[in-house]
Design a binder for this molecule. Structure first.
Ligand SMILES: Cc1cc2nc3c(=O)[nH]c(=O)nc-3n(C[C@H](O)[C@H](O)[C@H](O)COP(=O)(O)OP(=O)(O)OC[C@H]3O[C@@H](n4cnc5c(N)ncnc54)[C@H](O)[C@@H]3O)c2cc1C
Length: 459
């Protein structure tokens, strides 16, 4: 970057919110995706929409790449500055502007964390439903830009189902407002949905109007152990076929159960081949009835053991088993590659079997956990050392086969983590050349100079 551009960036955000020293750039050279890193030329931390707009206008005029960044917790290398340029951190835009119970909505800046919004909503007996495992750090901007899913997707939907309107800055500097406070609004193309999930390649989100729900009065959770995942898969199918829509339906395979137990000592049964967490929320009677029916479905389909609780603290302890799957697996090796593939729900067991076969064929360790309710699997490869390039290469081949299998089963290469740089090589296999070409034309319409997050979606 030329000196005049650096000076202009400093004068937009102020010296104290501009970084270019080597040491300051290190934390912005990676995100949560292993195996990807690149050094940006600078980091800017604007204070408001006006400064975001000025940075983007400058970048377009000078052809400087800009990578929007929330917490950097994405798992698809979406915030790695592959072409250098500027990391645009939204962390200073971190205010909850409004929570309006009468309209069941919140208006927030993008740097607010998902957990902070959930807590603020809960204080007013409201629910912010999107619930990614990373919610304590993940920002609303990143959650919208990745259309994050999480543990409650089956009952409540994913992030896009809760975004009513956005304020966003185009790469050319114009500020647009899409949607608004209305649940019904069909004026024009649905740009709110287009920007949601666009992974920082079309516009920078500077404010969001989000739908809240009344908080459920109580919740209950149960755990069922099975000898294998096929039996757990049959129980999942039976639960849904029984007309239930659980708030929680998560599974762990044998390797995950053992890793979680070694990590957290929750008293899990380590002789089981699969663990299914099920649960619901709502009125106490409804929750009790739903839990009984889910327990029965598990027992009917061969559960080795079923327990349940209607106490929130105990339910949280059970959910901890699922939430700590990744840190638990991380202890098995210095490098964990967490992936994301989704198949239609009835094919989960078949897909997990295929993952096991693929892992064996490539001689790598892959454990699988995920959101059984929406077919979203997280096969996770554990490698002893990141410098073991031979095993890393075998893991990459294994994942290539896993994504191909997901497509073969009518699924997708990513259910919630996004495409970023990591999945871009697989995108055309799923979408086909015509759709990829259309994505590029959409990208060009928003970003004629191609400065916003280059090397990712739309490239
Ligand atoms: C332990 C762990 C558990 C996770 N669990 C889940 C899960 O259950 N479900 C799930 O879906 N994901 C999960 N993730 C992935 C990730 O945490 C989510 O995608 C999260 O929403 C990203 O938020 P972030 O603030 O970290 O965004 P970042 O990683 O900073 O950015 C993600 C993308 O959004 C863009 N972006 C960020 N802010 C803006 C903005 N204001 N305007 C425009 N673009 C922007 C970036 O350019 C990038 O493309 C998990 C990750 C980890 C590490």
């Amino acid at each position: 970057m030329q000196a005049p551009v650096r000076s202009a960036l400093k004068s937009i955000v102020g010296n104290e919110h501009y970084r270019e020293a080597d040491g300051d750039l290190v934390p912005y050279s990676r995100d949560a995706t292993p195996l990807f890193s690149a050094r940006p030329d600078a980091v800017v931390l604007p204070a408001d929409t006006r400064e975001v707009s000025a940075v983007l206008d400058l970048a377009t005029r000078h052809g400087i790449p800009v990578v929007p960044r929330g917490a950097g917790s994405n798992l698809c290398a979406a915030t790695v500055a592959l072409h250098g340029g500027v990391i645009l951190s939204l962390s200073r835009l971190n205010r909850i502007l409004e929570i309006e119970p009468a309209e069941l909505l919140a208006r927030v800046q993008p740097g607010v964390t998902s957990a902070a919004l959930a807590d603020a909503a809960a204080e007013r007996d409201l629910l912010w439903a999107p619930d990614p495992g990373s919610r304590t750090v993940a920002t609303i901007g990143g959650t919208i830009a990745t259309n994050a899913g999480g543990l409650r997707g089956l009952k409540y939907g994913v992030t896009r189902d809760h975004v009513l309107g956005l304020e966003a800055v185009l790469p050319t500097g114009e500020v647009i407002r899409t949607g608004g406070r209305l649940h019904k609004d069909v004026a024009g193309y649905d740009l709110t949905r287009l920007i949601t999930g666009s992974e920082g390649t079309l516009a920078v989100i500077t404010e969001a109007t989000l739908a809240l729900r009344p908080a459920p009065r109580t919740s209950g959770t149960g755990v069922a152990y099975f000898s294998d995942l096929a039996a757990a898969g049959r129980a999942v199918t039976a639960i849904i076929a029984d007309g239930l829509l659980p708030a929680t339906l998560e599974f762990l395979d044998r390797t995950c159960i053992r890793a979680v137990e070694a990590f957290a000592g929750l008293g899990l049964r380590t002789d089981a081949g699969a663990l299914l967490l099920f649960g619901d929320d709502g009125e106490p009677d409804t929750v009790t009835r739903a839990l009984t029916r889910m327990s029965d479905a598990c027992a009917t389909h061969g559960a080795l053991e079923v327990t349940r609780t209607a106490h929130i603290a105990e339910a949280e302890a059970l959910l901890a088993a699922r939430r700590c799957a990744l840190p638990a697996l991380s202890r098995l090796g210095a490098l964990t590659i967490l992936e994301d593939a989704t198949v239609p729900r009835p094919r989960i067991a078949e897909m997990v079997e295929r993952i096991d076969t693929i892992a064996e064929r490539h001689d790598v360790t892959i454990a699988t956990f995920g959101h059984a309710g929406d077919g979203n699997l997280h096969p996770t490869c554990v490698v002893g050392s990141p410098t073991d390039t031979e095993t890393v290469a075998r893991a990459e081949h294994a994942f290539k086969d896993i994504f191909a299998a997901a497509i073969e089963f009518g699924g997708t290469i990513t259910g919630e983590h996004g495409v970023g740089a990591a999945k871009l090589p697989y995108l055309s296999t799923q979408l086909g050349p015509d759709q990829v070409a259309l994505l590029r034309r959409v990208k060009d319409a928003f970003d004629p100079a191609g400065i916003l997050n280059p090397g990712k979606l739309g490239s």
